[in-house]
Design a protein around this ligand. Structure first.
Ligand code: ATP
Length: 458
């Protein structure tokens, strides 16, 4: 059969409504009218998301000998974020509309209306540009306030009394907790430079303008690894990690033409960074960052040493010298990776929607169907096949007896292989194996099934 690709994804709204219908992602708090910037993952979405995190963990931690993992808390002591510079500098420029009271990112308005080079501009510059060009509210054309800095961290209080003394922050990135656990991790795991500490976990940012579905949300997950090195080795490891991280996305099926690096100019570097590059994906609305790779120098360990008074240096046995390690960070967003993998995989063909996910990421690896639902022997045979397969793969059983519909349902959630049991199966002890992408079918003997699937799915 000749396949006809009608189109890849047209808009992010199309993907968002597909994700809701097919059980990937739901708007949070929907029955109460929703809350901007929050999404829940449904039965298919949680599997895909877990598979992305597992693939990252395997490649960063389990397949290497120089990286270990930790899992730290998300409600953080305020000193962490004072030392890191986030209390002072983790800000975005904000303007309010004096008329309708809506809030906007001033830099987004400057970029969208005047194509300004916002990376190189201060908040004051942006504010002046908006005034000069008489920028108006994008919603109601009302007058805008001056731009001012707005801190993105969520604040809370630890304990029953809400005073300034017991303020805590929900972490806006996972990285800082790696620095706080640097000494204990290095000593307990007996690590020698260069080595990495990795973490996957939630982060919270009170974004002014959440948008583009999962791209800019207020609660999300990050997959971060801090690679500790000797000072002076920064360029070498920065380049190595750039290459490795690009390879990872490509190895899981992201098309090469949809990925690129974007170097940060010195004017747009974050307060902690000596050099930075983003890995960007070509989303339906344009290029967007999915991962940052940063040379953080010795900024974080030095800051935490200063503020805590605890020594966070490293003693090098070979040279008998003590120094503060430098850090190359790889920082990927789970939700943005999820979005990129979905955009990359979603296709509308003539008669079906199909998610061409890499089998490693597919929520379900194999689905089993009896050809008819009212023949006990076929149903029993198919049930046995399913029981065997689910010991090894994430499997799904559908006894509706409507094979065409069952195939379509599995195609659109990205199941790479479907297996059908028919009357011949009883005699010949075989099944039909159907491939999601080519829709080709072949008969495989039961005795060879696990081996055949292993080749397709691993
Ligand atoms: P942006 O410039 O888009 O706000 P950032 O440069 O602040 O992103 P980093 O601080 O480098 O992002 O965070 C590392 C990764 O965490 C990003 O590459 C992205 O994948 C993810 N991330 C950051 N903010 C968000 C968010 N609001 N929603 C979803 N993912 C996010």
């Amino acid at each position: 059969m000749k396949l006809q690709i009608v189109q890849a994804i047209k808009s992010i709204d199309e993907l968002a409504s597909f994700c809701k219908r097919a059980g990937f992602v739901f708007p949070s708090f929907e029955i109460y009218g929703g809350l901007a910037g929050f999404y829940d993952y449904g039965p298919r979405g949680v599997e895909l998301k877990n598979n992305i995190k597992a693939a990252w963990w395997k490649s960063i931690v389990q397949d290497r000998e120089d990286v270990v993992g930790i899992d730290a808390v998300t409600v953080n002591h305020p000193k962490v974020w004072e030392a890191s510079g986030h209390v002072a500098s983790f800000t975005d420029p904000l303007v309010d509309c004096k008329n309708c009271k809506s809030r906007f990112r001033a830099d987004h308005i400057a970029k969208e209306l005047f194509d300004a080079d916002v990376g190189a501009m201060s908040v004051k510059d942006i504010s002046e540009l908006l005034k000069l060009k008489n920028a108006r509210c994008p919603k109601c054309k009302g007058e805008l306030t001056e731009a001012r800095k707005y801190n993105l961290m969520f604040k809370t209080h630890v304990g029953p009394i809400e005073t300034d003394e017991n303020v805590a922050y929900l972490r806006p990135e996972t990285a800082q907790m790696i620095y706080l656990n640097f000494r204990l991790t290095q000593e307990s795991a007996r690590l020698k430079l260069p080595f990495g500490i990795a973490q996957v976990g939630r982060a919270y940012r009170n974004e002014i303008a959440p948008r583009d579905f999962l791209f800019r949300v207020r609660e999300f997950e990050q997959m971060e690894m801090q690679y500790f090195i000797k000072p002076g080795e920064n360029k070498k490891f920065f380049e190595q990690w750039k290459k490795e991280r690009l390879r990872w996305y490509l190895s899981l099926g992201i098309k090469k033409e949809n990925l690129r690096f974007r170097e940060h100019r010195s004017t747009e570097l974050a307060h902690y960074a000596k050099a930075a590059v983003d890995i960007e994906y070509k989303f339906p609305w344009g290029w967007g960052e999915i991962e940052g790779i940063h040379d953080r120098g010795d900024w974080d360990l030095t800051q935490h040493s200063k503020v805590s008074g605890k020594d966070l240096s490293y003693f090098d046995d070979a040279t008998k010298k003590r120094f503060v390690p430098n850090v190359i960070e790889v920082s990927a967003g789970v939700d943005r990776a999820f979005l990129a993998f979905m955009c990359n995989a979603y296709m509308t063909e003539k008669e079906r929607i199909v998610l061409k996910l890499n089998p490693k990421l597919s929520p379900i690896k194999v689905a089993v169907f009896p050809l008819v639902r009212n023949d006990k022997r076929i149903v029993k045979f198919a049930g046995n096949v399913f029981t065997e397969l689910k010991k090894r793969f994430t499997a799904y059983y559908d006894a509706s007896g409507n094979i065409g519909k069952s195939y379509r349902r599995q195609d659109e959630i990205g199941t790479p292989v479907c297996i059908t049991v028919d009357f011949d199966s009883l005699k010949k002890k075989d099944v039909t194996v159907r491939d999601r992408d080519t829709m080709k079918q072949k008969r495989v003997k039961i005795n060879n099934l696990i081996e055949c699937l292993g080749k397709k799915l691993n």
